[in-house]
Design a protein around this ligand. Structure first.
Ligand code: DC
Length: 211
């Protein structure tokens, strides 16, 4: 079965999706990491980030790979840490907005999600990548709390810069950030990770008692 977890930056998707996958023994797929890896490679090669077709070709030629130890690879390079830089944070929405790029990524995500049980995390999983997912969850949280969470991940950046970055990213991601009609929305503002995972686990077991 597929569990789709969507929501804005800082809503807790990665932490929750990873913990949920581990608890259920499901695979975990971080689709944001795929857009980040492509962005990193395009910047490394000094490509024009406005060139939708060029970037889609790059995405087709340089598949993003996840190794068993959950490291992220592109073009034979381990980019697990590099894709979390603030340069990539800033440029990834520019790359992710190109439809031809999204087509390539979505096909690959469907391929990776096809077998067995998997938790897939992103923005458009419940709506476009896996509209038949058995369970769709849409995580939200107050922007202030989301900014604070990101600050913990990026200690080098000031609070104001982070809040501005987050606002800009929200605006750029907005068109893809619609929850699926049948998604269960969970507001994580005042919840601990464990509580969110408990809730989603209960939903999974309700829908698929054998999971
Ligand atoms: O979740 P994240 O911050 O790692 O996502 C990185 C960027 O990729 C973000 O700008 C949104 C975009 N993204 C997307 O458009 N579709 C997805 N399925 C996943 C991420």
């Amino acid at each position: 079965m597929i569990v789709a977890i969507d929501g804005p930056a800082g809503a807790g998707k990665s932490t929750v999706a990873r913990a949920l996958a581990e608890r259920l023994g499901f695979r975990y797929l971080d689709t944001g990491a795929m857009y980040r890896a492509l962005t990193w490679l395009a910047m490394k090669r000094s490509l024009d980030l406005g060139d939708a077709e060029g970037l889609a070709t790059l995405a087709r030629e340089q598949t993003v790979l996840f190794s068993d130890d959950e490291r992220v690879w592109i073009g034979g390079i381990d980019v697990t840490s590099s894709i979390r830089s603030d340069r990539v944070d800033r440029m990834v929405p520019v790359v992710a907005r190109h439809s031809p790029v999204r087509e390539v990524m979505r096909d690959r995500q469907r391929e990776l999600g096809r077998e067995g049980n998997v938790v897939i995390e992103g923005r458009d999983i419940g709506t476009v990548v896996a509209p038949d997912a058995k369970l769709k969850v849409y995580l939200v949280a107050d922007r202030e709390v989301r900014a604070r969470r990101r600050m913990a991940e990026r200690p080098g950046i000031g609070a104001d810069a982070l809040a501005t970055d987050l606002r800009k990213r929200d605006a750029k991601d907005a068109e893809r950030m619609q929850p699926a009609e049948d998604a269960v929305e969970i507001d994580t503002t005042d919840l601990e990770v464990e509580d969110v995972v408990d809730r989603i686990e209960a939903l999974v077991r309700e829908r698929s008692p054998a999971a």
